[in-house]
Design a protein around this ligand. Structure first.
Ligand code: CO
Length: 134
C-alpha cells in the first residue's frame, strides 16, 4: 500500500532556531516559514535530495502539536508520511484490518493541499503515520 517516504515531521519549540540548525549546522536548504492556520501550525520545509523534513511549530491556541511539545519540551519526531496512490482504497484496507484512522476516519486536505489521513500510533509500533495521496 505505502510507497515513497514523503516527509518526516519534527515538532520544534523555536522555529527560527530549528531552521538555523538545519540550514547552518546541517547545511540543508530550508524554506521560509509559512502559516497554515487551518492546521494550527507554522512550517518550514527542509528539502533533502530524497525527502523532506517538516519543521512544525504550534500556531494558535488549539494547535494539534501543542500537547506533544508539552510532553517533549525540546521537540521531537512527530510523524512520518508515506505516499499512497489511492487514499480511499487505503482507508478501506486499513479499516478492514482494524487499524484506527484518527478524526472522523475520512481523508482531509493536508499541509500540501492533498488528501491525507493519520493513523493511530498504537496500531503502528508507537509511530504516528500520515498517508498522503500523491
Ligand atoms: Co505531515
Amino acid at each position: 500500500m505505502i510507497g515513497r517516504l514523503n516527509h518526516v515531521a519534527v515538532a520544534v519549540p523555536d522555529l527560527d532556531a530549528a531552521a538555523r540548525v538545519w540550514r547552518e549546522t546541517l547545511g540543508a536548504e530550508v524554506s521560509e516559514p509559512s502559516d497554515l492556520p487551518e492546521h494550527g501550525v507554522t512550517v518550514c520545509f527542509v528539502c533533502l535530495p530524497n525527502t523532506k523534513i517538516e519543521l512544525l511549530h504550534p500556531l494558535g491556541d488549539a494547535s494539534p502539536i501543542q500537547a506533544f511539545l508539552d510532553r517533549n519540551p525540546s521537540g521531537g519526531m512527530h510523524h512520518v508520511c508515506y505516499e499512497v496512490a489511492d487514499i480511499e482504497a487505503a482507508c478501506r484496507t486499513l479499516a478492514a484490518s482494524g487499524a484506527r484512522i484518527l478524526g472522523d476516519g475520512r481523508p482531509r486536505t493536508g499541509a500540501h493541499g492533498k488528501p491525507v489521513i493519520f493513523l493511530h500510533p498504537r496500531d503502528f509500533t508507537g509511530t504516528l503515520i500520515e498517508l498522503e495521496q500523491v
